[in-house]
Design a protein around this ligand. Structure first.
Ligand code: 13P
Ligand code: SF4
Length: 304
């Protein structure tokens, strides 16, 4: 089937099924183009929960579709490919969380939304890359546990010298392995460009950044800042919406071959059509997990 025909079928079936298609900022261009909403994972789940759509087709990774289910338990949530893992979310187990809880019983557990539902369910409060600093700032405890991303935790620590942030040593390989040398090289090549880093990058890279922002934050900064050239320290997929929304600006990448998350490139138009035709692959979570994970997400939402 050619691309036009595929898109036509997807749009027709989407209407019939009362479905909404969500795409994370890193998804392939053709998926972003057919989506009803594009954004970061939490933003998408929250917006979808406020629509009257009966089905959510989430083009992203598994934990994102789980988050959509946590905030919209009555809706059917579909992930168009069955196995779409997140390498960072895979780095922590419930046993790791329980061990940390036992070691630091009075420290609240702040869990990055880039984690599986069973980890969120064991946490006190969630955070995103956009609001981690604010969330930790509202906690009265001096010792705080952050999971699963050590880089987000170390970035947050910079704002609170009087707190001790204990972290699990997880990381996103597609951000963590960006090196300061690669950033310096890009800066030398594009001396007028400003460098924006994602907080999932390692501390030595954060040190070189003019701004640190989540994917949605980067999209906002690119629009609002008066600069014309940007070096973007996040997964390469973000360059597509950045360039589309700012045709008069230039976006460069310091490591375009390395910073590609394969899970984010798994979903095709054929998969989206199949999801709508066969209602696959449905996210099914135990009620108890939904209840406890929602409680951690809700606490974050009350703050930000
Ligand atoms: P945000 O879109 O929340 O910045 O997250 C980045 C990311 O790594 C998603 O997988
Ligand atoms: Fe996970 Fe990193 Fe891929 Fe995001 S980019 S889904 S954090 S592995």
């Amino acid at each position: 089937m050619n691309k036009e025909k595929l898109i036509e079928k997807i749009l027709k079936l989407k209407k019939q099924r009362k479905a909404i298609i969500l795409a994370h900022n890193y998804q392939p261009p053709e998926i972003q183009d057919i989506a009803d909403l594009r954004g970061d994972s939490l933003e998408l789940s929250l917006k979808a929960s406020k629509t009257d759509a009966e089905i959510i087709v989430f083009c992203g990774v598994f934990f994102m579709a789980e988050t959509a289910k946590i905030v919209s338990p009555k809706k059917k949530v579909l992930l168009p490919v069955k196995e779409v893992p997140c390498e960072m979310a895979d780095m922590i187990t419930p046993e790791d969380v329980i061990a940390l809880k036992n070691k630091y019983p009075s420290a609240p557990i702040v869990t990055y939304v880039n984690s599986y539902a069973e980890i969120k369910a064991l946490s006190d409060i969630c955070c995103t890359s956009a609001n981690a600093v604010k969330v930790v700032g509202t906690l009265k405890e001096k010792t705080v546990i952050m999971l699963p991303d050590m880089n987000l935790a170390q970035y947050t620590q910079r704002f609170y010298p009087d707190k001790k942030i204990i972290y699990h040593e997880g990381f996103c390989p597609f951000h963590h392995f960006l090196t300061p040398e690669e950033v310096i090289k890009a800066k030398e090549k594009h001396p007028s460009a400003i460098f924006i880093a994602h907080p999932e990058c390692r501390p030595e890279v954060i040190d070189l950044a003019d701004y640190v922002a989540s994917t949605s934050g980067m999209l906002r900064l690119a629009k609002e800042l008066p600069y014309k050239e940007f070096i973007i320290g996040t997964e390469v997929g973000l360059l597509y919406p950045l360039s589309k929304e700012n045709p008069d600006k230039k976006f460069y990448h310091p490591s375009p071959e390395k910073m590609v998350c394969p899970s984010m490139k798994k979903i095709s138009l054929e998969n989206v059509l199949n999801a709508l035709e066969n209602l696959e692959f449905e996210i099914d979570l135990p009620e108890e997990i939904i209840k406890n994970a929602y409680s951690a997400v809700k606490k974050m939402l009350e703050i930000v």
